[in-house]
Design a binder for this molecule. Structure first.
Ligand SMILES: Nc1ncnc2c1ncn2[C@@H]1O[C@H](COP(=O)(O)OP(=O)(O)OP(=O)(O)O)[C@@H](O)[C@H]1O
Length: 278
């Protein structure tokens, strides 16, 4: 990977600042089936919260709640200090502009070029072409896909499509990024290149993030690696240390079975968790 950096300054998050995401006693039911019940947790500024759990346990629902795409039946969800669960759609739309979203299947517009996919939000906001184009070039450099600017999504590999999706999410320098299974469907080697990109984004911009993954390997790579800007690649954090800004939330059966640090997770004595992690 190259050492390209985005234009916005890489600010180290202040300690003690207000949490970016707060779930307070949130419950939601679909078709009489409780999917999440009494969920409470917080995500601090600059934190990467990795969300794990068996298929169908409610990870994507939790992500959609955080983005205001669906509303809880009860409880409160605050994002940037604002109650997103009971908000007018116009206000929610404005709030969502501060959130970058990377969907499970990349969710690119097949009829648009890579450039227009990546510039989508800027075009929506009426940003002049030259300015938008310069930003597209900058983020495509960051995700190492400059050569694909004029291509259509159908001409790209799965890993390249995922890079475009990340470029599109970060072009507005969001204050929060939601990654829903960013390596889903990719082979292990390509998955690691996407995780490397997420580590780079985390360590260069310190953007608060929620990340769903089905691959424990990806989760632990995130926790144990850092971006080396001089070398231009990801590397293990020396001395077996872990990234303090990365934390874990594990869901099962509609509830939280674990919320804490990497060390707490690997040293858990909970039988279900030990089995799940093995
Ligand atoms: N809009 C909806 N209408 C009805 N049921 C839904 C809806 N969205 C989600 N569900 C149900 O909620 C449960 C949790 O779904 P969710 O997609 O959040 O699971 P997940 O943990 O992300 O699963 P996976 O790991 O397979 O992606 C599932 O049983 C799903 O069928």
């Amino acid at each position: 990977m190259t050492t390209t950096t985005l234009a916005q300054p890489a600010e180290v998050p202040e300690t003690g600042s207000a949490p970016i995401v707060v779930f307070d006693d949130v419950s939601i039911t679909f078709d009489l089936k409780p999917v999440l019940h009494h969920i409470s947790f917080e995500v601090a500024q600059g934190e990467t919260l990795i969300i794990l759990g068996p298929a169908g346990c409610g990870k994507s629902v939790l992500m959609k709640l955080a983005n205001g795409l669906i509303e809880p039946d009860s409880g409160t969800i605050r994002v940037f200090g604002q109650d997103i669960s009971h908000m007018r759609e116009t206000d929610r739309f404005a709030l969502r502009k501060r959130i970058g979203m990377v969907f499970q299947e990349s969710a690119l517009f097949d009829s648009l070029s890579v450039e227009n996919n990546v510039a989508y939000r800027l075009n929506e906001e009426g940003v002049p072409y030259d300015e938008a184009h310069a930003k597209v070039e900058e983020v495509l450099r960051f995700v190492e896909l400059s050569q694909a600017i004029d291509k259509n999504p159908s001409e790209l590999s799965g890993g390249m499509r995922r890079r475009v999706s990340i470029a599109r999410a970060i072009i507005t320098a969001p204050d929060l990024i939601l990654y829903d299974s960013p390596t889903g469907g990719l082979d292990p080697i390509t998955s690691t290149t996407i995780i490397e990109l997420i580590v780079k984004q985390r360590d260069v911009s310190h953007t608060t993030s929620l990340l769903i993954t089905h691959r424990l390997q990806d989760a632990f790579t995130l926790a144990t690696h850092r971006w080396n800007p001089e070398a231009g690649h990801m590397e293990p954090i020396p001395d077996g240390k872990i990234d303090d800004s990365t934390r874990f939330l594990v869901l099962n059966d509609g509830g939280i079975v674990f919320h804490g640090s990497t060390q707490e997770l690997v040293h858990t004595t909970d039988p279900w968790l030990r089995e799940y992690l093995s």
